[in-house]
Design a protein around this ligand. Structure first.
Ligand SMILES: [Zn+2]
Length: 114
């Protein structure tokens, strides 16, 4: 008997949560789209694969490969991409492939000197 009361209460709670979730979620979506438009620097993607270390100077960081532990005093994104595309012996083949494709396309143009 008391169990039934309990589950009935639970049901009401859930209902409340769901309706506030829906109201909140449309706001969230708007926010997300605004943030997206600002755009980011695309190089940040590299830090999924490379551990970012100390900041050296504006925009320059130390880096360590997540897979083979190679270390760079100045981890320039292009160097890192080349490493993952060609030099890294331990990263997954699909990751190598991602960076080979990136380098083969336009991304090599945002070249900083190697
Ligand atoms: Zn590596």
């Amino acid at each position: 008997m008391s169990e039934e009361t309990l589950s009935f209460q639970n049901f009401n709670d859930t209902d409340d949560i769901i309706s506030s979730y829906y109201t909140g979620s449309s706001n969230e979506t708007n926010k997300l789209q605004k943030t997206k438009k600002k755009g980011g620097r695309k190089f940040t993607e590299i830090w999924k694969y490379i551990k970012r270390g100390k900041k050296i100077s504006s925009g320059n960081y130390e880096g360590t490969c997540n897979y083979c532990d190679e270390f760079w005093v100045v981890a320039k994104p292009l160097k890192l991409k080349l490493h993952l595309a060609k030099d890294c012996l331990k990263c997954l083949e699909e990751i190598t492939q991602i960076f080979i494709n990136k380098l083969a396309k336009d991304e090599i143009q945002d070249n900083e000197n190697l």
